[in-house]
Design a protein around this ligand. Structure first.
Ligand code: B12
Ligand code: SF4
Length: 495
C-alpha cells in the first residue's frame, strides 16, 4: 500500500533556534516498510502546503499519517485532514504522536469524519497492523487505536528499540535540519522514557514511567550511518544509567565514529554520573540542556523536580568544568510581575549559560492539566506553545509579553547577533564553508520571531478549533490514571 507520512509546520519556538528531523515518523516509516508498504515522508517544516498537494497528486497514497506531537499544530493538521478528505474521499487518514494521544476524542470530533483513526502511544508496533486492517472494519479493537466507533485496549510498547531504525533515506532537504551552531544536525535515540514524574511534563505519562535502551551496537550503527557531523540525542533524560552511556561510548570509539553531540539531562543525573559525561565530552559532547526550571526551592517543589537549588548550582559548576556549552530553561509563570522578571534577568546575566524562558502552560497529559486551579484564558490550540500565556497574567497581557520578550532579548544578546560572533564565529564559518546557512541566518532573526505585539495580537485571532474545556480535580490524580502506555504488571514471585 502507498503510505504518506506528514510532519506539520514548524512552531514559533523552532523558527529560531532549531529545526529537527521527524525521527518518530522515520521510525514508523521503517516499520511500515518492513511490512511491505511503499512509504514517503513529507516534512512541512521544510516543505509547504503546495508541495503537499503536489505530493498527493503524484504519489496517490492510500493512507496518510500525520504526526501531532504538539498542540499548537492541531488546527493545521485538522485543516489538512479536512481538505484532503474533500479532494480524496477514499484516502485513509490517521493521526498519532504525543498530543494526539492525550486528546484523541476531540481530534476525531474536530475532524468531523475527516480523520479515520487516532493512534495513541508509540507508532512502530501498531502502524503496520492498522494499515493491514484498512477497509476491513473493527479498527477500534486494535491496541491504542481510537475511532468514532470506540477505543481499543491500551497501546503496546515496542518490545525492542533496536528494531525499526529510522528510515532517514526518506527525508528530503536534510541540510535544513540544525540546532544552533550544530548545522547541519541529525537526531538519534539512545534511550526512551523517563522514570521521574515532574508535574508539568508528559514524557512520563506517555510512556507510563518506563525506560528502555537501544543496544550499544544498534545505537552506534545508526550514528555511523549519519552523514551529518552533529547529532541531537533526543532521549528524555540522557545517561540515567551510566553503564549504558559508557557502553555506547566504547562502541563509538571501537567504530571510530566522530560527531558532535547535543543532549538533555537532569542536574542530579549529571552530578551522580559525572564520569560518563566527562567521557562523552572527549567523544564530542558539545552542547547540553539542563532542565533547571525554577530558581527557588518553592518553584522546584511545585514542579516536583525532586532536586534542590543547591544541586542545580553544583551541576552547573560541573558542566562548566567539563567545558560544555549549556542551555537551561526557566519556566515563567503568568503570575510574574516586573520585579520577578528583573530577578531572573539579573541571575541569567550573571551566569555564562544560555538561558531560555518558557511560559508555564498546563498541557493535556500532564498532572498540571488536571490540578492547575487557575482558569484558562484561552482554548486556542495555537497558543499552547509555551511562548504564550494561557493562564491569567498578573500584569496586563501586553505588558507581560513586553517583559517576556525583553527578557529573552537581553538573554539572547549573549548568544545571538554580534555578541555571538566572538564565541561561535569559528563554528559559524565552518558551517558556512559546508554550505550551511541555518545558524548564521538565525543569529539575526530574533526580532522577527519574538515580538511582544505579535504575541499579544495572536490572542485576537478568530478561533476555529478550541481545546475541550478541562475539569480540574480537587487533588492530584492517581499516577496510572494519566498513563498512555500501561507499564507491564510486576511479575509475581514464583513459589
Ligand atoms: C525534539 C523535540 C522537540 C523539538 C521539535 C522537533 C520536531 N521536529 O518535532 C522542539 C525543540 C521544537 C520541541 C519543542 C517543544 N516540545 Co518537544 N520534544 C522533542 C523531543 C526531545 C524529541 C522528539 C523525538 O524525536 N522523539 C523520538 C521519536 C522516536 O518519538 P516521537 O516523535 O514521540 O514519535 C513516536 C510517538 O510519538 C508516535 N508518533 C509520532 N508521530 C506519529 C504519527 C503517527 C501517524 C503515529 C501512528 C504515531 C506517531 O510514534 C513515534 C514512534 O514511537 C521530545 C522528547 C522525546 N524524547 O521524545 C520532546 C517532547 C515531545 N516535547 C514536548 C514538549 C512539551 C515540547 C514543548 C511544548 C515545550 C518544551 N518541552 O520545549 C515545545 C513545543 C513547542 C511549541 N511551539 O509548541 C513533550 C511532549 C509534548 C506533549 N504533547 O505532551 C516531550 C515529550 C518532551 C518533554 N518531556 O517535555 N520539542
Ligand atoms: S521534565 Fe524531564 S525529568 Fe521531569 S518527567 Fe519530564 S523528562 Fe522526566
Amino acid at each position: 500500500m502507498r503510505v504518506l507520512l506528514v510532519h506539520p509546520s514548524p512552531l514559533l519556538y523552532s523558527e529560531l533556534y532549531l529545526r529537527l528531523e521527524p525521527l518518530g515518523l522515520e521510525r514508523i516509516a521503517s516499520a511500515a516498510r518492513a511490512a511491505g508498504h511503499e512509504v514517503r515522508l513529507l516534512d512541512l517544516q521544510v516543505f509547504d502546503q503546495t508541495d503537499y498537494a503536489r505530493e498527493l497528486d503524484a504519489f496517490r497514497p492510500r493512507a496518510i499519517g500525520f504526526s501531532l506531537n504538539y498542540l499548537a499544530n492541531v488546527p493545521e493538521v485538522i485543516d489538512l485532514a479536512r481538505s484532503t478528505r474533500a479532494r480524496w474521499p477514499d484516502v485513509f487518514i490517521f493521526v498519532g504522536g504525543h498530543s494526539a494521544s492525550f486528546i484523541a476524542g476531540e481530534l476525531l470530533e474536530h475532524g468531523a469524519g475527516a480523520i479515520d483513526a487516532v493512534v495513541r502511544g508509540e507508532g512502530e508496533m501498531i502502524t503496520p497492523r492498522l494499515l493491514e486492517r484498512i477497509g476491513e472494519g473493527g479498527l477500534e479493537q486494535l491496541p491504542g487505536v481510537v475511532t468514532l466507533d470506540g477505543a481499543g485496549p491500551a497501546p503496546t510498547l515496542l518490545d525492542d528499540l533496536d528494531r525499526h531504525p529510522p528510515a532517514r533515506d526518506l527525508g528530503r532537504r536534510r541540510h535544513r535540519y540544525f540546532l544552533g551552531v550544530l548545522d547541519p544536525c541529525a537526531s538519534a535515540e539512545l534511550t526512551r522514557g523517563c522514570p521521574w514524574d515532574c508535574s508539568f511534563c508528559s514524557a512520563w505519562t506517555f510512556y507510563g514511567r518506563t525506560y528502555r535502551k537501544v543496544s550499544p551496537e544498534a545505537a552506534v550503527e545508526d550514528l555511523a550511518r549519519l552523514r551529518e557531523p552533529s547529532v541531537f540525542l533526543v532521549d528524555d533524560v540522557a545517561f540515567i544509567q551510566a553503564d549504558h552511556g559508557f557502553a555506547v561510548g566504547r562502541e563509538i570509539e571501537r567504530r571510530g565514529v566522530r560527531k558532535q553531540y547535543y543532549l538533555e539531562t537532569r542536574c542530579d543525573v549529571l552530578l551522580k554520573n559525572q564520569e560518563v559525561f566527562a567521557y562523552w565530552r572527549r567523544l564530542g559532547l558539545y552542547y547540553m540542556f539542563l532542565g533547571v526550571e525554577a530558581l527557588d526551592e518553592e518553584g522546584l517543589k511545585r514542579h516536583r523536580k525532586r532536586v534542590t537549588w543547591g544541586e542545580n548550582e553544583r551541576a552547573l559548576e560541573v558542566a562548566r568544568r567539563l567545558g560544555l556549552t549549556v542551555a537551561i530553561n526557566i519556566i515563567a509563570d503568568p503570575d510574574w510581575d516586573e520585579r520577578r522578571f528583573a530577578i531572573v534577568r539579573e541571575w541569567a546575566l550573571s551566569v555564562p549559560e544560555i538561558v531560555h524562558l518558557t511560559v508555564a502552560t498546563p498541557y493535556p497529559g500532564t498532572e498540571t492539566w488536571l490540578t492547575e486551579s487557575r482558569a484558562l484564558t484561552t482554548h486556542d490550540y495555537r497558543l499552547f506553545d509555551v511562548q504564550h500565556a494561557v493562564l491569567p497574567t498578573r500584569l496586563p497581557l501586553a505588558r507581560f509579553y513586553e517583559e517576556l520578550v525583553n527578557t529573552q532579548a537581553v538573554l539572547n544578546r549573549k548568544h545571538l547577533g554580534w555578541g555571538a560572533i566572538r564565541r561561535y564565529g569559528v563554528p559559524a564559518v565552518r558551517a558556512l564553508a559546508r554550505g550551511q546557512t541555518n545558524y548564521v541566518r538565525m543569529m539575526w532573526k530574533f526580532a522577527s520571531v519574538y515580538n511582544a505585539a505579535r504575541q499579544s495580537a495572536d490572542h485576537d485571532r478568530p478561533v476555529q478549533y478550541a481545546l475541550r474545556p478541562r475539569r480540574p480535580l480537587a487533588e492530584a490524580p492517581g499516577r496510572t490514571q494519566l498513563y498512555v502506555h500501561a507499564p507491564a504488571a510486576p511479575r509475581r514471585a514464583s513459589a
